[in-house]
Design a protein around this ligand. Structure first.
Ligand SMILES: [Cu+2]
Length: 207
């Protein structure tokens, strides 16, 4: 672990007040603590200054979103690859597709899987990949502004600590075997214990 991985302050989040009630339930304050100067001093790389260039070597592949109707919640999954020689931190996401877009994780809470905001954002180590998948990390779409039908393409932007961005283009997919609930109080859905991406009902280990 390095302090550099925590990235720099550069919050650019916005939220529709209308959605605040929903969002608050999952929210934890986002912390982005290390200054650019400290990052530069520690890592000896261009770091925060290189936002735009850096994002050229950080990409998201195989992105998909769960088919869901307008007004509900969905999520985007995929693989973030960091080909740079420095860790990168995504501290927020933004876009027009939903009223609020957040970086989430799934954790076990007394045997029940719930999701919550990923504290510190998504960190992708230098030269490594980070997989977003059902049951783990995901880009949360809260309050879809449109129906997401199979094959629809949507784009959201991941915001790097320090100001760079990486676009994520996701194709909506009918995920019959991933009936995870995005509401911690609505965990009673039985999805029949499908494949590896479907078992979110409480037995899945914390990542
Ligand atoms: Cu979520």
């Amino acid at each position: 672990m390095t302090d550099a991985s925590r990235g720099c302050d550069g919050l650019g989040r916005s939220r529709n007040p209308q959605e605040a009630a929903i969002v608050e339930r999952f929210m934890k304050p986002l912390r982005a603590v290390v200054s650019c100067f400290l990052l530069l001093a520690l890592a000896g790389v261009a770091g925060c200054q290189a936002g735009a260039d850096q994002s050229n070597s950080v990409r998201v592949q195989d992105s998909y979103a769960k088919v869901m109707p307008k007004g509900t919640m969905s999520a985007i999954f995929g693989v973030i690859t960091n080909d740079t020689d420095a860790d990168v931190t995504f501290e927020s996401a933004s876009g027009d597709v939903a009223a609020a877009i957040e970086l989430h994780e799934m954790v076990s809470d007394g045997g029940t899987m719930i999701m919550r905001k990923k504290e510190g954002g998504f960190v992708v180590r230098a030269g490594e990949s980070l997989t977003l998948d059902p049951g783990g990390l995901h880009i949360m779409l809260i309050g879809l502004k449109q129906d997401l039908k199979a094959g629809d393409k949507i784009t959201v932007t991941l915001n790097l600590a320090g100001g760079g961005t990486v676009d994520v283009e996701a194709v909506a997919r009918d995920m019959a075997n991933a009936q995870e609930s995005y509401d911690p109080e609505a965990q009673s859905d039985d999805e029949g214990g499908g494949g590896s991406t479907g078992a979110l009902a409480g037995s899945r280990p914390v990542r």
